[in-house]
Design a protein around this ligand. Structure first.
Ligand SMILES: NC(=O)c1ccc[n+]([C@@H]2O[C@H](COP(=O)([O-])OP(=O)(O)OC[C@H]3O[C@@H](n4cnc5c(N)ncnc54)[C@H](O)[C@@H]3O)[C@@H](O)[C@H]2O)c1
Length: 439
């Protein structure tokens, strides 16, 4: 999967020998790509980001057939570590609870705990909000650790370039990396891919549509004692440096499927978007809808919609239109709408579990798996779409991926001011198409 990308498209972004000023050499004395560090067959895992997905991913890592234990946890907030720990060790998790062997001193709270947690593990799970992923992935690779990391893998172009550089290094170190774009591990998609790409059942793909339209997600309240940094960290979905906007955080899944089937990424994007119902200050700075036309280098247009507006029609899907038919997840039709194939999914394994089954199998048996570059390119495609809707301009891929606009704060402390701040009434500036500078 990862070798399939058209390397000329981003080769200039991956040439750096160092990343963010850090040398990517392995740690002294550690075998490159070995899965254990102390001579037994137990695989130690550290969890960085102990929220909803982190708890789920840790459960899945501990559910593989290999001998896996959780030895370290890191989170910005103590209450999130405590909640995750008690969930994983609860009586209802009888199959995995005894594999949670996290000593109190190996629970790390704050922005810097990730380094110490990574040092204790063979495999790290990176499940913070995506703004931190480049920093955490870079450090995991620097320390020579195998990685499961959630999508998206960044929120801006400088972050993508850091991930691409670390991805190159991870390959040199024979590290195994799985990215949580789980449709690549889902039988219904894999069976569709076989028929569309290997058997060419719909002919050549000439157009595509994809959607993530639904009501939206949670909101976290501002408490009086919170600093601005704590508030944005708690309510991270609504701040672009942390989340990437919902086109990046959720719609990436659908855009990624089209990239996968097209074996590449778009080269142009033009779009529109804004906020129609997301008016309150609790919704930070993100849009509630985006529409993007992405153009691939063969001229194919992907029409992409994502919307968070309660009460509107829900649709989360991808559709490929070919010269001989149409395909969507698990279904293929001819051009007249007659069904040609339908996947029966009663026996399919949970793709979130398959991701971990594959990762640990590849680690133990030294088989190749490295999704980092792919994950970075699909993340960049969703950032590219956001740049198009925020700016209202027709944008080129090369300009977007080489943008030097960093959204990240200059430092990570509870008193640091993030780059986007509220006005006196608590409202954040919203990007204005025609005026917003994105590149
Ligand atoms: N593949 C999927 O279907 C899927 C589903 C849900 C979430 N996700 C992804 O998983 C990631 C986490 O989402 P979630 O729903 O679990 O969010 P969450 O808010 O429940 O958890 C995130 C955790 O990270 C912690 N955190 C934030 N910054 C940190 C830092 N610098 N260091 C350490 N910890 C930090 C937070 O305190 C929180 O506990 C996101 O990237 C999201 O897109 C993927």
């Amino acid at each position: 999967m990862t070798d399939n990308f058209k390397r000329r498209d981003f080769i200039k972004t991956t040439a750096a020998a160092t990343v963010g000023g850090l040398s990517l050499a392995g740690l002294p004395g550690q075998a490159q790509g070995s899965y254990y560090v102390d001579g037994n067959d137990q695989i130690k895992v550290a969890l960085i980001g102990c929220g909803g997905r982190g708890t789920g991913a840790a459960f899945q890592a501990l559910s593989v057939k290999e001998n896996v234990v959780l030895v370290a946890m890191a989170d910005a907030f103590k209450d999130r570590i405590d909640g995750c720990y008690s969930s994983l060790t609860s009586e209802k998790n009888v199959k995995i609870k005894d594999k949670v062997k996290v000593a109190p001193e190996n629970k790390f709270v704050g922005f810097d705990g990730y380094k110490k947690a990574i040092a204790l593990a063979d495999v790290v799970i990176l499940t913070t909000p995506p703004g931190f992923r480049p920093i955490h992935f870079e450090e995991a690779v620097r320390q020579g650790k195998h990685v499961f990391m959630e999508k998206p893998v960044a929120t801006d172009a400088p972050g993508i370039r850091r991930v691409l550089a670390a991805a190159e290094e991870s390959k040199k170190k024979n590290l195994k990396v799985v990215v949580g774009l789980q449709r690549h591990y889902q039988t219904s998609y894999l069976e569709t891919y076989k028929r569309v790409i290997d058997q060419k059942m719909i002919g050549d793909i000439v157009a595509a549509r994809c959607y993530w339209n639904n009501d939206g997600v949670w909101v976290k309240k501002r408490e009086s004692q919170m600093t601005e940094m704590e508030y944005q960290m708690r309510n991270w979905y609504y701040f672009v440096w942390l989340c990437g906007d919902h086109i990046c955080e959720q719609h990436i899944h659908n855009i990624d499927v089209v990239n996968w089937f097209k074996n590449g990424h778009p080269t142009e994007a033009v779009g529109m978007g804004g906020r129609e119902v997301r008016k309150g200050k609790e919704y930070g700075e993100i849009f509630d809808h985006h529409y993007v036309e992405f153009k691939y280098d063969d001229g194919m247009i992907l029409s992409s919609q994502c919307r968070h507006q309660p009460g509107t029609v829900s649709d989360v899907s991808e559709h490929l239109i070919g010269t001989k038919g149409r395909a969507t997840e698990g279904k293929i039709f001819d051009l007249q709408g007659k069904s040609l194939w339908r996947h029966r999914d009663t026996e399919d394994k949970n793709p979130y579990q398959v991701e971990h089954d594959v990762l640990f199998d590849c680690i133990v048996n030294n088989k190749p798996v490295n999704d980092a570059e792919w994950g970075a390119m699909s993340t960049m495609t969703s950032i590219f779409g956001r740049m198009a809707t925020y700016s209202g301009q027709k944008l080129k891929w090369d300009d977007a991926i080489n943008s030097n606009i960093s959204l990240m704060p200059d430092a990570f402390t509870w008193d640091t001011l993030p780059k986007t701040l509220p006005d006196a009434d608590g409202f954040y500036p919203i990007p204005v198409p025609g005026k917003a500078k994105v590149i």
